[in-house]
Design a protein around this ligand. Structure first.
Ligand code: GLA
Length: 378
């Protein structure tokens, strides 16, 4: 071998080794490292995770995510079961956990038609309360909760799910008593309680044209009235058939054009057949169990897993394409074992909607998401 040949062979090996090491290093980084200069990557915590009982899940939370939100324990039905008697036990633990681990904390949710205690809307005789009483109850609830975590919880889902698929107002108790004003009031109270907090409107099926337009109208009206709103949360409970990437993208762009941050706040991709063509997240829409709706109790067939993976990757590619508009992507749960999708919209199914399997092992998709995030640059 000539000296030159020997030199180029050694150089070639060196480059391959360095390249491999570099590549391996990149593959080994976590989601939060891969998305560091793009957007927060978050996850919703349930009770046992907040209490530190689900050790494997918590390891994944700490190693992969830099933002957390509570799945349930900050809803009014959990915080204020009886009027005036707040129970912050679990919510405090959640906040302590997040602060200790330097995470971006999200509060979910202040005003929502669901999981709100009945007393909120009625007087002692069981009659619907007046406008004045409901406003005072909203003010007390929002002030008490938001002030307690002032400067700690960085962003609040102030109002959840006020608009219907066709863009009309949801006929909730808040709407019945206060009309459209309830949204404006909720944002005002939250802003008064913590002027520095980010304030969001959050909803599902946001890729539907009707709901997109309804939310655009609502937000424009808030902006016109000088109400502080920082961002829009697109829940992102998606299925294999809906929504289309194109429709989802239209909403990301349209919401961002309002000058607001866009967030994908409750991301999960069901691998199971959906009883409806459009998959929403209206938690009262429950469908009776049928075996044909629960086809993969023993694991996903390879072709289904591949299709699931490709669809999820397509969504992550979309988020990366719009990383200048998106400030956070939050998965709605850590592992398949504890996902709400096992019970919605059909109770008792075996679904596969998240990035960690039932044993809290990372699915192969995790490395693929990290890879496309690294390839997307900063
Ligand atoms: C909606 C709510 C969430 C949660 C999910 C189901 O999307 O915003 O708080 O209740 O439904 O887990």
């Amino acid at each position: 071998m000539t000296k030159i040949k020997l030199f180029t062979t050694v150089l070639g090996c060196f480059i391959t080794l360095v390249g491999f090491a570099g590549c391996k290093h990149k593959e080994d980084v976590s989601l939060k490292d891969a998305f560091k200069n793009k957007f927060h990557i978050g996850v919703a915590l349930n009770k046992s995770q907040i209490l530190g009982e689900d050790i494997k899940a918590n390891q994944n939370v700490l190693s992969q995510f830099n933002s957390i939100v509570t799945e349930n324990c900050m809803k009014s039905g959990e915080l204020q079961v009886v009027e005036g008697k707040f129970d912050f036990t679990l919510a405090d633990k959640f906040v302590d956990f997040g602060l200790k681990n330097n995470m971006f904390l999200i509060g979910h949710t202040l005003i929502w038609h669901s999981q709100t205690p009945r007393w909120f809307f009625v007087d002692k005789e069981g009659q619907t309360v007046s406008r004045e009483v409901l406003i005072e109850r909203m003010r007390t609830h929002i002030y008490t909760v938001v002030k307690r975590y002032k400067g700690k919880v960085k962003g609040w889902d102030v109002v959840n799910e006020a608009i219907e698929d066709n863009g009309s107002w949801r006929n909730s108790k808040f709407y019945q008593v206060l009309g459209e004003d309830f949204v404006k009031l909720a944002f005002q109270f939250a802003h008064e309680a913590d002027p520095d907090a980010e304030l969001y409107y959050n909803d599902y099926s946001m890729a539907l044209e009707g709901r997109r337009n309804g939310v655009l109208t609502l937000v424009k009206s808030l902006q016109k009235q000088g109400v502080k709103i920082t961002g829009i949360g697109m829940q992102g409970h998606i299925s294999m058939d809906s929504p289309s990437i194109t429709d989802f993208e239209k909403s990301i762009v349209a919401f961002s054009e309002l000058g607001l941050k866009v967030m994908i706040t409750e991301l999960d991709l069901s691998a199971l057949p959906s009883p409806w063509s459009n998959m929403g997240a209206n938690i009262s829409d429950v469908v009776a169990y049928q075996e044909k709706m629960n086809p993969y109790t023993k694991g996903l067939p390879v072709e289904v897993e591949t299709a699931w993976e490709n669809r999820f990757l397509d969504f992550f590619k979309l988020f990366l394409k719009h990383k200048d508009k998106i400030s956070r992507v939050t998965l709605w749960g850590v592992s398949d074992a504890t996902s709400w999708k096992n019970d919605f919209p059909v109770k008792g199914r075996t679904d596969y909607p998240l990035l960690f399997d039932r044993d809290n092992q990372p699915k192969p998709i995790l490395k693929k998401i990290i890879k496309i995030a690294n390839e997307a640059g900063n």
